[in-house]
Design a protein around this ligand. Sequence first.
Ligand code: SF4
Length: 394
Amino acid sequence: MTATAPVEAAPPAEAHAANEPLGLGLYVHVPFCDAICTYCNFTRGLFDATLVRRYVEAVIAEIAAAPTARAADTIYFGGGTPSVLEPEDVKRILDACRSSREVGADAEITMEANPESATAARLDGYRAAGVTRLSLGVQSFRDAELALLGRLHTSRGARDAIDRARHAGFDDLSLDLMMWLPGQTVDAWLESVDALIALAPDHVSLYLLEVYPNAPLRDEMVRTASTQAPDDVAAEMYLAALGRLDEAGFRQYEISNVARPGHRSRHNLKHWADGSWVGFGPGAHSTLGADRWSNIPDAEAYVARLEAGEDPTQARQRRSAADQASEALFMGLRLADGVDLAAVEKRHAIDVRARYGEALRPFVDGGQLVDEGDRLRLTREGMLLANEVMAVFV
Ligand code: SF4
């Protein structure tokens, strides 16, 4: 194990705006995976035991060097594949978080996991370490689709991991599904949605596959002459899945997220509802009021900087008041409840209707946007055109 020197440079001073609606979130990026999926565009690399040992020391050093008086009420391990970490490493990282700031006794502590690395021993250990919420990357319940995506698990493997998670005591379980896969029909998609509903998760995230220019999946699509369905079919997939989830008792609270009552992701709400979070690890982003910064994405370089006692950040920015207001509006529109205009106006000193009312009018008249009381919100059909509506605020 490599000793890690203290970090000299500290993150920007806390300068969060008054009236911030939510508590502070902490994000820990774990940039290792057991295999690289064919569509992946995240900050990650293949599991390397030596580098993981150095990474754990480095991320603990980074957390220790960023103490704050502000209490955190959520911690989120994202990746990459956080479930490649051993429970004792997760416990040490959580201890570092608790030593550097107050973490509420009822904090939501989420870990993303992949089915194949979520062994019973690890899940029991994460629970014992204080993890309260598990987010499993299932993506599909059809084995051919999982193979196309380069996932290491099968449908059976995903079901077994869900059983293990429940057995370990996770009563806040989220499952991810991915739609609009090459060659996927509406019926094939709904087969996965129905399989997911039958497993009774507490929270569901639905992602639309985006095929990046250099993704190996693109080569495979060329080789097999397969394509993604037209946009109107993707829209049908989205609406049909949400309809089935509605019937099963879930409530949509964000464009891509539904939950049973009491199971919204408190951490991710900070991104959509004008909150603040501090990120640790390679490529992690932070937003604290007007201040925004990110870490260098390369894991080896990140670890080397921390070992040398250097600051791992690469970009710092102080957002203007106008940028903060605009982001609060377009991110808030992702929420099914929409943007609380009174709160945004109070916090960012802006008259939203006076400034944007004319540009928003066509969307209100077209039935994509509802403007009532203090709220501005997208209808479900409007969510299909969310980018066009949000562009008004950019
Ligand atoms: S598990 Fe996630 S982060 Fe890792 S390669 Fe697959 S998509 Fe990328």
